[in-house]
Design a protein around this ligand. Structure first.
Ligand code: NDP
Length: 323
């Protein structure tokens, strides 16, 4: 089978389209024919070696496709599924842990099914777990027109929160407003002050910061006393070590560095969040904006476009036609 393999970590050029042996599932896994693989910012951390994986490895964590073989015979061949956290998903076949799989209605667009879980469940735990949004709550979301950003904006609005976002271009501003943002801002010094002007100087209840290094200081400035800063990513680079005393200075604020792994680790939690995402898509409460799809062999181009901040919403790799 063909796959995108990394022999040595580095820039997008290390993503090689090569023939590799098909994987064999263990008793806890099922083998799947991949139709669409989701492309996520976290994939760039593995590619660059910021997150460790032994080389050579096949990249990718999520996707959609049809079950080819279940060693336990529980899931019928041909069943349409989506998954998250199956390392090696940029490939024609992948082994997926049976506890990271959700059934997908046959009429779901594969581009949506293949990119909805990682970003959708992240938005779900941020808005319903890390800080429970509701009527009267307010939040600031960085990279508001990105994959997680657009979904989180929609979920936050559906929960009744006031949503402020930050983006880098006019096009992204437009997309963020279409997703429901109340006010969209641009990066730079003074961001916190601008946001505060819109909520009576109070500061927001929670900041969802997936940009990291470039926005972290503004995130601390913009949150209200005893509010929460959820630093959930590092698209601009990791935040350097900091003095905990800063949390005191900003009014006893809470800082967390959450992960989807930890927020789907409890019994039944993956299924609960995955089903919530599938239901939200089915009911039309959340729309996934899949703005680019690349053939599997062009994975490097997808990564270049992400780094160049050219992408909006979710992006995917087309692996095979569904028959
Ligand atoms: P996005 O689609 O949001 O892409 C990243 C965006 O970050 C860009 O489009 C860009 O938007 C913004 N950005 C700001 N500065 C930079 C920079 N220097 N270089 C590149 N991009 C920059 O990606 P995802 O939705 O996949 O992920 C968003 C963040 O969430 C990532 O940091 C990711 O690691 C994190 N994440 C964390 C999870 C967790 O559980 N902790 C799970 C899933 C994702 P703009 O141009 O508007 O600034």
């Amino acid at each position: 089978m063909y796959a995108i393999q990394v022999n040595q970590t580095g820039g997008p050029e290390v993503l090689e389209y090569v023939e590799v042996p098909a994987p064999t599932p263990t008793e806890d896994q099922v083998l799947v024919d991949v139709i669409v693989a989701g492309v996520n910012y976290i994939d760039t951390y593995y590619r660059e070696g910021i997150y460790n994986a032994a080389t050579p490895f096949v990249l990718g964590l999520e996707g959609t496709g049809r079950v080819v073989h279940d060693p336990k015979g529980e899931i019928a061949e041909g069943t349409m599924v989506a998954w998250d956290h199956a390392f090696g998903s940029y490939a024609e076949q992948v082994c997926v842990s049976r506890d990271r799989i959700v059934a997908v209605p046959d009429d779901f667009p594969p581009e949506v099914a293949g990119s909805m879980l990682l970003q959708g469940m992240t938005a779900h735990y941020l808005a319903n777990g890390v800080y429970q949004l509701g009527e009267g709550a307010s939040c600031l979301i960085t990279a508001g027109a990105g994959g997680v950003g657009l979904i989180l904006t929609q979920m936050a609005k559906a929960l009744g929160a006031t949503v402020y976002t930050v983006v880098s271009t006019d096009e992204k501003e437009q997309l963020s407003y279409e997703a429901g943002a109340d006010q969209v801002f641009r990066y730079g010094e003074g961001l916190a002050e601008q946001v505060r002007r819109f909520n009576g100087g109070r500061g927001v209840d929670v900041v969802y910061d997936g940009v990291g290094k470039d926005t972290f200081n503004e995130s601390l400035e913009v949150v209200r006393p005893r509010g929460t800063v959820a630093l959930f990513g590092a698209a601009s680079g990791p935040v350097p070590p900091m003095d905990p005393q800063l949390l005191n200075k900003h009014g006893s604020i809470f800082l967390t560095r959450p992960s989807l792994g930890a927020w789907t680790a409890q019994e039944g939690e993956f299924q609960m969040r995955a089903q919530a995402v599938v239901q939200a898509v089915t009911d039309g409460d959340v729309t996934f904006n899949v703005t680019a799809s690349y053939p599997l062999e062009d994975a490097a181009q997808a990564h270049r476009d992400m780094h160049a901040r050219k992408t909006t919403g979710s992006i995917v790799l087309r692996v095979r036609e569904d028959n």
